[in-house]
Design a protein around this ligand. Structure first.
Ligand code: IMP
Length: 190
């Protein structure tokens, strides 16, 4: 079986991809390859950060690798917080990040937003990018207690509940990450 690193230590992400990939690849996490250093993410786009992470593993560990980077892009806020989603308020405290976003958006009538995931695959010397997008709107109060991050204030188009009010299976079947992952898996299956 061919080895393929997923540059993450998030067991949920590994599990999600593994269940779709089947036994075509041996999927390895950063921990599996004993990569314990902080991989730099110096850029200001999802594409460049994802690519930096996948290139880093290839250069330092000599294994094919893919990496993901995601963010929430709010139209009226010039697509902020985007690549800065995890630390929008200057901290990783999601309550503060959500409050800042709601504060910045409160005087705008345009509530459109989208979650976007970019996956960078560095395989056999070539680079590939896969993108997943879910369009929706931001609501001004938190609803639901599932999921993570900005889920309680995001309603995807065509639904009347937030990501945080969905079951994990329901969210995973339509999420930006699932769309990008399925493009990656289609490519790997070719
Ligand atoms: P990551 O690249 O998957 O680590 O995502 C970066 C940040 O974007 C997270 O810390 C969250 O704040 C936000 N984010 C990404 N995906 C989601 C999601 O599915 N729901 C809510 N927030 C998300």
């Amino acid at each position: 079986m061919r080895k393929l690193v997923f540059a993450t230590n998030n067991p949920n992400k590994i599990q999600e991809v593994n269940s779709i990939l089947g036994d075509r690849f041996e999927l390895l996490s950063l921990e599996d390859i004993q990569c314990f250093e902080d991989i730099p993410e110096d850029w200001d786009t999802l594409e460049e950060n994802a690519r930096q992470k996948s290139d880093y593993v290839v250069e330092h560990f000599g294994l094919n690798c893919f990496a993901d980077d995601s963010g929430l892009e709010v139209e009226a806020l010039n697509n902020e917080p985007g690549v800065y989603s995890a630390r929008y308020s200057g901290s990783r405290d999601m309550d503060r990040n959500i409050q800042l976003l709601l504060e910045n958006l409160k005087d705008h009538s345009n509530k459109k937003a989208r979650f976007r995931t970019v996956i960078s695959l560095h395989m056999d010397g070539a680079n590939y990018l896969f993108e997943g997008i879910v369009e929706g709107v931001i609501i001004d109060e938190l609803k639901g207690d599932g999921g993570f991050g900005y889920d309680p204030i995001f309603i995807p188009n065509g639904y009347d509940k937030t990501f945080a009010q969905m079951t994990p299976d329901e969210k995973n079947s339509i999420s930006h990450r699932a769309i990008a992952v399925s493009k990656l898996v289609d490519f790997l299956g070719q």
